[in-house]
Design a protein around this ligand. Structure first.
Ligand code: ATP
Ligand code: MG
Length: 584
């Protein structure tokens, strides 16, 4: 998975990475050459008191160092560019893919996990790419070259390598093998902290109102503690890594100097050679160390790659058909034919055998008790979900045969929870119509009876909207959502409980204004208040996912007991305490 992902996303940067590799090779070779020059300075220059040689070799050493530094800097520069570019591309791919998800896929992963996958997980792989192009080139050259140069300096001491390298490799491997499971857990625990945090931030008002802060703090604390415990465990093993490595390296150096001293005493070796050998020895052990770092990063990155690939390979359930139908004009006739629907994973259907026809120029109201499936019905028409039985048709064409964007552009949806986006009022209205003029915006706001509070604000259309529209009241939010749908002048209007937070007076005003604009359009209104929908040409009563009655208000009062009961209960409510709107 990791490799497939790398192959796909590293491809655009392969030339950049090739440059990095070449620079690395030069830089590594230069650093391999340095100890040999150093040895020559000591043996041929210092030991024999030859100042000219010292200066000459010193100059050479400086030149080689300069080359090495330049190449190393260049490698880091280009390596970072490739790594960052790779991260950017991968994040972009994830984002585009996720925007295509329907509600089902999005809820399968969950927003917090998708967030972690797009940020933290991509970061891990990016780190891997950056380090790979340095370590993967440097470590082999350094270790093989180092061994060759060391043996060349003095073969008699090479046996020390046979001891130190395995000891270092095995001890590091032992540490890393303890780290891996912890890393695997950590990615999941980061998801978890994000989830709890998000939940609490969005629910902050409820938490305050119910004085649940201590409980929530404890909940966050648990998630947080688990993550920090895992990170601490990982940190402890990582902390051991450096001392163990240093211990092995230093003990080896002492042994090297000891046995080297013995050989120099016996006249088998020169001082310069010993110093060079010591440098190579260090370089080899460093290469081994770098390789073990790769061992740490690689598994973590592959966990991340699995998580990212999982997202990228999810095919959204709502997609474009192979041969989309593109009608010239959509009049907006909506027809449901024996529609059934079950939410994924649910054992009983939410809608069963629902048939209805909503014609252009008429208003169809859908009423029913809470949880009876009204919002689900709206979601099926706007194709946020696909019906599991029967068919939903717009102008006689199955909604699955439209290009989704094309279908959505014909629909003005006011969802039950009208979500507003961070920005300004005008930005939000442009969601409905991208090139709307100020006049159109004011007109839409007037229709939705939202012009008063927007006009009263000094910023007018540029009035700020906080995330989710939190700086508006429930009713203001609903009216802005209505304006957003109205401004696009769609063929089909879907109002899901869009008037619930309006007082009766405003409700009447908005509906009167709407009836002018929606004269030729198909209007489907979901409502709880009978007064909102009593004038509709057709009222469909839904109970527990099935249609139990359809007709005009008067018909239904006469022969639909469920509707009569509903009307009755509201008449009493109105008589006693006045009509009451739901809280949004
Ligand atoms: N995303 C979902 N996943 C699983 N089940 C769901 C989902 N959304 C709704 N349901 C279930 O479907 C049923 C119908 O929900 P729906 O939102 O359509 O009701 P509603 O008629 O709009 O209710 P209300 O009047 O309260 O808005 C409910 O029992 C609910 O539990
Ligand atoms: Mg609903």
């Amino acid at each position: 998975m990791l490799l497939a992902l790398l192959r796909e996303f590293v491809r655009p940067y392969r030339w950049l990475l090739a440059v990095v590799a070449v620079l690395q090779v030069i830089s590594t070779l230069a650093s391999l050459y340095l100890p040999t020059i150093n040895a020559a300075i000591i043996d041929d220059g210092v030991a024999q008191g030859n100042t000219a040689t010292i200066v000459e070799l010193g100059m050479l050493m400086l030149a080689v160092t300069a080359v090495q530094v330049l190449c190393a800097v260049g490698a880091v520069y280009f390596g970072s560019r490739a790594g960052m570019g790779f991260g950017h591309d991968l994040r972009a791919a994830l984002f585009h893919h996720v925007t295509g998800f329907s509600a089902e896929e999005a809820s399968r992963f969950g927003a917090p996990s998708l967030l972690t996958r797009t940020t933290n997980d991509v970061g891990q792989i990016q780190l891997l790419v950056q380090l790979t192009c340095t370590v993967l080139v440097t470590a082999p050259i350094m270790s093989v070259g180092g061994i060759a140069m060391a043996v060349h300096q003095d073969a008699g001491l090479s046996w020390l390598l046979l001891v130190s390298v395995p000891v270092l490799a095995v001890s590091n491997y032992w540490l890393v093998s303890h780290l891996l499971p912890v890393f695997r857990d950590m990615q999941r625990l980061i998801d978890n902290v994000n989830r709890v945090m998000r939940d609490q931030l969005s629910g902050i008002r409820v938490i305050r109102a119910f004085a649940r802060e201590p409980v929530e703090i404890a909940r966050f604390d648990r998630a947080n503690r688990k993550l920090s415990d895992a990170a601490l465990t990982a940190g402890r093993w990582q902390a051991l890594l450096l001392p163990v490595t240093t211990l092995v390296i230093n003990v080896s150096s002492v042994a090297l100097i000891w046995f080297g001293g013995v050989r120099i005493d016996a006249g088998h070796m020169q001082v310069g050679s010993l110093i060079a050998f010591l440098s190579y020895f260090m370089q080899i052990l460093m290469a081994v160390l770098m390789a073990t770092f790769m061992l740490i990063i690689f598994p973590r990155a592959s966990v991340c790659a699995e998580r990212i690939t999982e997202v990228l390979q999810t095919i959204p359930a709502i997609g474009s058909p192979a041969h989309p139908v593109r009608p010239e004009r959509v009049t907006g006739m909506v027809r449901l034919d024996a529609v059934g629907f079950s939410y994924p994973g649910a054992d009983r259907p939410v809608l069963q055998d629902v048939s209805l026809t909503a014609r252009p120029g008429t208003t169809t109201a859908v009423v029913g008790s809470t949880g009876s499936g009204k919002s689900t019905l709206i979601a099926l028409i706007s194709r946020l979900y696909d019906a599991t039985a029967g068919s939903v048709r717009v102008d006689g064409v199955d909604v699955r045969d439209y290009e989704p964007e094309e279908l959505w552009s014909k629909i003005g949806l006011v969802p039950q929870r009208g979500y507003l986006f961070t920005g300004t009022v005008a930005d939000n209205l442009r969601y409905g119509k991208a090139d709307a003029s100020d006049d159109e915006m004011w007109q839409a706001l007037r229709t939705a009876a939202a012009d008063d509070f927007v006009a009263a604000h000094p910023d007018g259309l540029t009035m700020r909207v906080a995330q989710g529209g939190m700086n508006f009241s429930g009713g203001q939010r609903q009216r802005l959502a209505i304006a957003r749908a109205v401004i696009r002048r769609p063929a089909i209007y879907l109002f899901d409980d869009a008037f619930s937070a309006l007082d009766v007076h405003t409700d009447v005003r908005v509906r009167a204004a709407l009836s002018d604009i929606t004269a030729d359009a198909t209007v489907i209104i979901v409502a709880q208040r009978i007064s909102t929908i009593a004038g509709a040409e057709q009222i469909v009563v839904i109970d527990d996912g099935a249609v139990v009655g359809a007709g005009t208000h008067d018909d239904l009062i006469a022969d639909c007991p469920a509707y009569a009961e509903l009307a009755d209960s509201q008449a009493i409510g109105a008589g006693v305490g006045g009509p009451r709107g739901d809280l949004a």
